[in-house]
Design a protein around this ligand. Structure first.
Ligand code: SF4
Length: 275
């Protein structure tokens, strides 16, 4: 799909091509039972194209913010969902949620309706914008991705849109840290390619000082193409695209990394292997 083909989806657009914006709840090693909200829905759209992305190779890599799905549509889908069974509502879905112009409005509306903790996963590329930081401040919890300690590894692993730098993201995350009163996580995806860089990564974590560092490794398969179910859990046998396994780090290596981060930063660390 091309960027200009994206349309704004609202109530009345339901159907196979535009299924629910609300999915799950699914169980998560980090958060218990998590209900997902997808503010993008019609293609994979992100300002990164991470080598491990569970959505596959991103179809539209962009920094342009727009309205993909109306908040009315999200609220209508929420009413039809099993939200009462969730511990947390997570905004992630089919790409980078801060690209959605209605992120703050949708987070506030879902939080007020459900009373459940709201959580946004972001790659941090738009945190330099005051309006994006303000939208994220509507959430109870925000997780910002941090996979690389230098620009070279950043380009190699996260493959960002043009002109996005790691230095810019770190600086903006430090600014957000000072403004945000909720719980801030730094999420690190560890693979053999970046696992030896933990020392350098600790320097950045010491600048950001998140409430928690979450260590992950790409246990979800990399699909040959995006399909809407890639945003959550799906039956691998009936996946409409070929799936490839990715190189992960093992439990012992993860333990070493976890120990080093604790020692060098004093931060709270949680790990996928601690589930
Ligand atoms: S930031 Fe998230 S959605 Fe975007 S490419 Fe990376 S893993 Fe995928």
């Amino acid at each position: 799909m091309k960027e200009e083909e994206l349309k704004t989806i609202g109530p009345g657009d339901e159907g196979r091509l535009h299924p629910s914006t609300v999915y799950g709840p699914v169980s998560s090693w980090r958060f218990g039972s998590s209900l997902g909200v997808d503010l993008i829905l019609q293609a994979s759209v992100c300002s990164f194209n991470c080598v491990y992305c569970q959505l596959g190779s991103i179809q539209i890599v962009t920094l342009e913010r727009r309205l993909f799905v109306t908040t009315d549509r999200v609220m209508a889908d929420l009413e039809k969902s099993d939200w009462r069974g969730a511990d947390l509502v997570t905004f992630s879905g089919s790409g980078e949620p801060t690209l959605a112009l209605n992120l703050g409005e949708a987070v506030r509306a879902v939080g007020e309706r459900t009373g459940i903790t709201t959580h946004v996963l972001t790659n941090g590329t738009l945190l330099h914008l005051p309006e994006v930081r303000e939208a994220l401040c509507a959430a109870d919890r925000v997780s910002v991705k941090l996979d690389a300690p230098d620009e070279e590894m950043f380009q190699r692993v996260n493959r960002p849109a043009s002109n996005v730098t790691l230095a810019g993201i770190v600086e903006a995350t430090v600014k957000f840290r000072a403004e945000f009163t909720g719980h801030l996580d730094s999420q690190v995806m560890y693979m053999p390619v970046n696992q030896k860089m933990t020392g350098e990564l600790c320097d950045l974590l010491n600048r950001i000082r998140p409430d928690e560092v979450q260590l992950n490794t790409p246990k979800r398969a990399y699909p040959a193409g995006w399909f809407v179910e890639t945003r959550g859990r799906y039956d691998r046998d009936s996946a409409p695209a070929k799936l490839s396994e990715l190189k992960t780090i093992g439990v012992e290596d993860a333990g070493e990394v976890e120990k080093m981060i604790r020692e060098r930063t004093g931060l709270v660390v949680s790990s996928i292997y601690g589930e």
